[in-house]
Design a protein around this ligand. Structure first.
Ligand code: GDP
Ligand code: MG
Length: 324
């Protein structure tokens, strides 16, 4: 990264920040360089994960919360995953439009990433874009992610507080909700509470959460919201404040930081290992010959895979021996 870019970034130039985020989004060596250079300045922002199914009202809620945080004079960054439209392959326009509310306010920086089908990679990208906003000096960063299955589990590692957004959809009861979402929620927003069944849904959710034991002793509150009108937003913000001070007074912020960084290093190391493996000439060569053996029925896929990884395992065993 050149010195001038770094200077401009730290002087608060949004165009430079935006450019660096594009570099990070693309990935590769340049992205690594940016993330390495900015790393010492990361870790100051408070990150709030907002997750839930598409259409639950996450963007609308984030918009309302952003407005509220701005009245507290906090600067805000938003990283939002856009669901990919099956027709255009791009981000659905509506999502961006709804977020336009805060445009023109230099204290709000919104960045959306279109999901490209690579969902595990996406959460990491979202975290890395949040890292940039963190280094850029934003006080609060919202990470809006689409919670599906296992994937949102990873989000927990990059946010201090995770808000799960649910809707009281007709015919849906709490039990049928994806368990993954239930596990990661530190605060539950029952949005679209203008629907008649919302109160019952919230009660069901509360009694279900009562049965759940949380590892860190925090009892996740359930807050009813109507994101379109702003009803319940104050309560939601209050719940976030309470969670933040809970983490703070119980020394859990540091624990989250350790978990997050451990998770990050692990993921990156695995990625690098995979890359090194498949770029290796010997492996490329060996893959062909072992595949021939599998195709002819001489060895099984497991045996073939063993043949590929054995030399690496030897090297690692040696390294382990040397370390002792
Ligand atoms: N009736 C009602 N509609 C809402 C509410 N919150 C969001 N919506 C609408 O639900 C749709 C999806 O909202 P959006 O924020 O884009 O959801 P996301 O996909 O989770 O980000 C939009 O048409 C919103 O206007 C709410 O509390 N009540
Ligand atoms: Mg959205």
């Amino acid at each position: 990264m050149n010195k001038k870019t770094i200077e401009k970034f730290f002087a608060g130039d949004t165009l430079t920040a935006s450019r660096l985020m594009s570099v990070v989004e693309k990935g590769g060596a340049d992205a690594e360089d940016v993330l390495n250079t900015l790393f010492p300045k990361m870790g100051r922002a408070y990150r709030i994960g907002v997750t839930g199914l598409t259409g639950a009202g996450k963007s609308t809620l984030v918009n309302q919360l952003t407005r509220l945080y701005r009245t507290r004079d906090l600067t805000v960054g938003v990283v939002a995953e856009d669901p990919t439209s099956p027709f255009s392959g791009g981000a659905i326009l509506g999502d961006r439009v709804r977020m336009l509310d805060s445009h023109g306010d230099a204290g709000v920086f919104i960045r959306s990433i279109a999901s490209r089908g690579n969902e595990t990679g996406l959460s990491q990208k979202a975290s890395e874009l949040a890292d940039i906003l963190d280094a850029f000096g934003r006080d609060v960063i919202f990470l809006e992610t689409i919670g599906v299955g296992q994937l949102e589990y990873k989000i927990r590692y990059s946010a201090q507080t995770t808000v799960v957004v649910l809707t009281p959809d007709a015919g849906d009861d709490v039990q049928s909700l994806k368990s993954g979402l239930m596990e990661i929620g530190e605060i539950f927003a029952v949005n679209k509470a203008d629907r008649p069944v919302a109160d019952r849904f919230a009660d069901d959710l509360r009694s279900m959460l009562d049965l759940r034991s949380t590892g860190d002793g925090w009892e996740p509150p359930v807050v009813c919201t109507v994101a379109t009108t702003g009803e319940g937003i104050d309560d939601l913000a209050k719940a976030i404040d309470q969670h933040q001070s809970y983490l703070d007074t119980n020394g859990l912020l540091e624990k989250k930081r350790i978990d997050a960084l451990t998770n990050r290093v692990t993921i990156i190391a695995e990625e690098k290992l995979r890359e090194i493996f498949w770029e290796n000439g010997y492996i490329k060569e060996r893959l062909k010959s072992t595949l021939d053996d599998v195709l002819s029925g001489t060895i099984s896929p497991y045996q073939a895979a063993d043949k590929l990884v054995t030399p690496f395992k030897h090297d690692m065993d040696n390294a382990e021996g040397d370390a002792r």
